[in-house]
Design a binder for this molecule. Structure first.
Ligand SMILES: Cc1cc2nc3c(=O)[nH]c(=O)nc-3n(C[C@H](O)[C@H](O)[C@H](O)COP(=O)(O)OP(=O)(O)OC[C@H]3O[C@@H](n4cnc5c(N)ncnc54)[C@H](O)[C@@H]3O)c2cc1C
Length: 369
């Protein structure tokens, strides 16, 4: 038997893949209702549809333009983005798993291990703790993974504080906005329309996120009120994270499988689910296979992020000037952020001035590939 802790999108998708291969899978989910509370913007590139056919009722909006804004510059580029109703997306992924025979126990919390194959699970309906035996245990329990801690796999993970709220604001439905520069230190800000009159407005920061958020809210919306909060933490990809120890595995945010440029973890983790399923079915080493298939891309995102974090407002203005050229915009449309290696190589071929930034890129971290 396989037990997965966490019915987030990644836990449910992995359960579905394993059940399709004939495995008996149970998911333990802390919350009573899958998908709640929402702590995500829910924006993904169209490449998610290579893995899953998304039903219309889980799509809030589609954006075909991104507006990139620095202190003194602003460009518009074509893109292909899907804005999900994140709670409905999680429910859909869980239903897809149960349709294949996966059992999901909601309102049940993983507490700790008791020996190699035994899990202590609290039934929150009656507060009783029971022990479950399992051959394979997978921590898909998000950024504050208890499985990682209990297995001694929690490494030195850094987190962004992702402050996000829904706000009543009329914007173009087909465009989302991203903001860079000294008012968004260490990360960036975003305004993503979910409907005609409501946006998801947020930013990430290592510290003082609340102050930066309120400044941004005031400036962008002229002091509109927060309708509801959707904040959370975003782990920074750690290339040294151990993701398998014997029969215990980590995936998704629990394994820091997040793109450091954007904080997006949905598409990269769904890809990791295919890797982990293959490793379990064919008894391969997941630490090695994940490294072989995904490490280069996630590491490139990390290096780009570390480089951007050294940018001044002037550097961002110059970057946007380069990006405003039609030849560059075409590349940005063709290669999305889920294929960063092709994206960077093609940008360099079409506009050698980007080489200036790549010098910084390889100085920005001492992590070697
Ligand atoms: C503000 C913000 C905005 C974001 N925007 C985007 C975006 O636009 N696009 C994108 O791709 N990514 C985005 N992300 C990141 C994205 O939300 C995560 O990468 C994604 O949710 C990871 O999925 P997961 O299944 O690994 O973890 P989660 O979605 O966190 O799911 C983990 C599940 O495990 C359960 N759980 C936790 N502990 C236990 C326990 N002890 N026992 C049982 N169950 C447990 C939780 O209840 C939860 O259901 C954003 C994150 C934040 C904070």
């Amino acid at each position: 038997m396989i037990t997965i802790i966490g019915a987030g999108p990644v836990g449910s998708y992995l359960a579905y893949l394993l059940a399709k291969k004939g495995k008996a899978v149970t998911i333990i989910e802390d919350h009573k209702k899958i998908g709640n509370p929402v702590q995500c913007t829910g924006i993904v590139t169209g490449s998610i549809e290579k893995s899953i056919k998304l039903p219309n009722n889980i799509i809030a909006n589609r954006c075909n333009k991104v507006i990139v804004i620095s202190k003194n510059n602003r460009i518009e580029a074509n893109t292909d983005e899907i804005v999900l109703w994140r709670n409905k997306f999680d429910e859909f992924m869980a239903d897809t798993a149960t349709d294949k025979g996966v059992k999901i126990l909601t309102n049940h919390q993983f507490i700790d291990f008791n020996g190699k194959n035994t899990l202590k699970i609290k039934n929150k309906n009656n507060n009783k703790i029971a022990e479950i035996k399992s051959d394979i245990i997978i921590g898909a329990d998000g950024p504050s993974s208890v499985v990682a801690k209990s297995a001694g796999l929690n490494s030195n993970v850094k987190f962004y504080i992702g402050m996000q709220a829904k706000v009543k604001l009329k914007t173009d439905l087909d465009k989302f906005e991203t903001y860079f520069g000294s008012n968004f230190p260490d990360f960036f800000g975003w305004v993503v329309p979910e409907s005609e009159d409501t946006v998801r407005l947020g930013l990430g920061a290592f510290k003082n996120a609340k102050n930066y958020f309120y400044k941004f809210l005031k400036k962008r919306t002229n002091g509109k009120k927060v309708l509801c909060w959707e904040s959370g933490v975003i782990p920074v990809y750690n290339p040294k994270q151990i993701i398998q120890k014997g029969n215990i595995y980590l995936i998704g945010d629990a394994a820091t499988q997040v793109k450091a440029t954007t904080g997006g973890g949905i598409v990269s983790s769904l890809k990791a689910a295919h890797t982990l399923c293959d490793c379990i079915i064919n008894k391969k080493n997941y630490n090695k296979e994940f490294k072989r298939q995904s490490r280069k891309e996630l590491l490139l995102h990390l290096k780009i992020r570390n480089t951007l974090n050294k940018f001044s407002d002037k550097d961002y203005d110059y970057l946007l000037k380069l990006m405003s050229q039609e030849k560059v915009k075409k590349i940005l449309k063709k290669y999305d952020r889920d294929t960063p290696i092709s994206l960077v190589l093609n940008l360099l071929l079409r506009e050698p001035k980007f080489l200036l930034f790549t010098k910084l890129l390889f100085k920005s971290t001492n992590i070697t590939t």
